[in-house]
Design a protein around this ligand. Sequence first.
Ligand code: T5A
Length: 231
Amino acid sequence: MQGLFVSFEGPEGAGKTTQARRLAEDLRSEGHDVVLTREPGGTPLAEAVRGLVLRHAESGGVPMSAATEALLFTAARADHVDRLIRPALDAGRVVICDRFTGSTLAYQGGGRGLDADALTAAQELATGGLRPDLTLLLDLPVRDGLDRRFGDGEGDTPNRMDAESEAFHERVRATYHRLAAAEGSTWVIVDAGRPPVAVAAAIGDTVRSVLRNRRTSDRRVPHQAVETGRP
Ligand code: T5A
């Protein structure tokens, strides 16, 4: 039995963490076996890399090149896939991941300007070709997301990416839109500018529809095998 892999993507402050938690709670209450995880992070090694790659210089972070940054995010992902995501999927669990390969393509590709083909090849190496069954792109204007996080002068300490210019974050958002257009039906753009309850309802409908389709196609598999004569 193969599990279901759902990732959340989007610019800063879009509500990914809020919605990923909520989806995990809702699916658990419906009896699904859910693993909720995040990137960078999810395993001891990847959480250690998180501390290294996200810490702002003002909080003791070390300077690094764009390529070093991309490879650190990608190395953390390799460990995360190997030790947590793939075993959970193999056990038939639903994995909900707050950011995945789309973040590297959007931030280090679109934001930092690294070569998209080289980044994609690195993702293949890190994930062994594993892709989410569904990516939910929580979309909202860059300024609105930054205001949600820091508008009142509160919010958590800015990390190295938060501290980038608004133009950087606009390039990230534009890259997300290009990825969604290129990936087709496995990426769904969710209007994240609505109240949390409305965003959660849209996400819930989308995920349940994928789960229903999956159950239907699972039931059809033995039939097809007999009809086509495949073992
Ligand atoms: N990164 C990551 C890369 O550059 N490359 C990579 O490969 C990877 C994996 C991660 C950073 O690393 C970068 C991207 C990121 O910059 P992080 O601390 O994990 O950093 O931060 P983010 O994932 O960006 O999470 P954020 O906290 O910025 O935003 P979320 O998770 O989208 O938003 P959330 O849920 O925390 O909500 C933010 C605020 O908005 C409110 C919440 O209550 C909260 O106050 N909110 C809403 N307000 C109004 N309406 C709604 N619908 C709301 N939803 C939430």
